[in-house]
Design a protein. Sequence first.
Length: 319
Amino acid sequence: MKRANKKFLAVALALAMVCARSATAMAAEAEKPLLGDGLPGNDPDTESAYVVGGYSEDAEVEVTLIVEAGDQFDAEYFEPTPDTAFTAAIAVVATERDGIAGISVQDVLLSANATPDCPVRFETKTVDMHETFAGTVTYNGLDRTTGNFGVDGWVFRVNDMFPVEAVSGGYIGTLIGDTPVNDDDIVYFYYDLPSGLNNDHPDVAAKFVRGEVTDVDGDNVTVQLQNCSIYIDAGLDPDMYVYAYSDVFANLNATLIDSDGKEFEATSDGNGTVTFIGNIAAGEAILKTDKVLRSLPDYDMLDGCLMEYTGAYCKVTIQ
């Protein structure tokens, strides 16, 4: 893309950044109740949000931390840095901080930072007197900083669900310092732009993927891939929507790791149904899928920087 066009798009995107904050900050700090059919009180089979509970009495928990992003955006030249997308799966032993009972998502990030061989480094910030996550993630020496395109930023899930707390009139998202974690949880951070770019791209939010076992027939295990998303509309007083899970309609590469540690690979059909064939052990398994980067040929300054589908990393039960 010519530099003049890059400057034009940069100005256009800057106009969209009025009053913008990272997606996590927007979700967690705004007192305005969330909207959408994924919130508690809707269909329990498709809800994508959960009300956080209290802290456990454990002083130490082991969790799996997933961190995922598309290609880095080069803010100097307004273009993607090719082949820098990544997915990192990290085993983290998180511990309580002195004087603070219970272990939160923030403690997971702080514990990851304190682990010498952790490939990811996190910058956490205090915003409006709250501990939130609106900063920078560093992987392989490259930074992913929030706010490049508007309300883009790092969002998180705990066990495939969006954490919320009840307030007058509904629910709001929780801060990382106010979201408890328990032993064996999966904490998933991914970079997202849960909004639109223009009339041609009104919604470029990443579809967060999970799987559910729908059938076990002898040695065959069938899983239905599902996806959900969040969305922030335009305006000075924007609403944020948390959408329910629905079936994926895409061919995604998937891996199933059974309770014996054996791996099985398959590709879903166009309806998001994937069948794994083999001597698959019963019990708790891990399902993984490949992420899919979003192609924006008419907006090549962002091509590959955003995800169309996150990679699933979730627990499924085979009976």
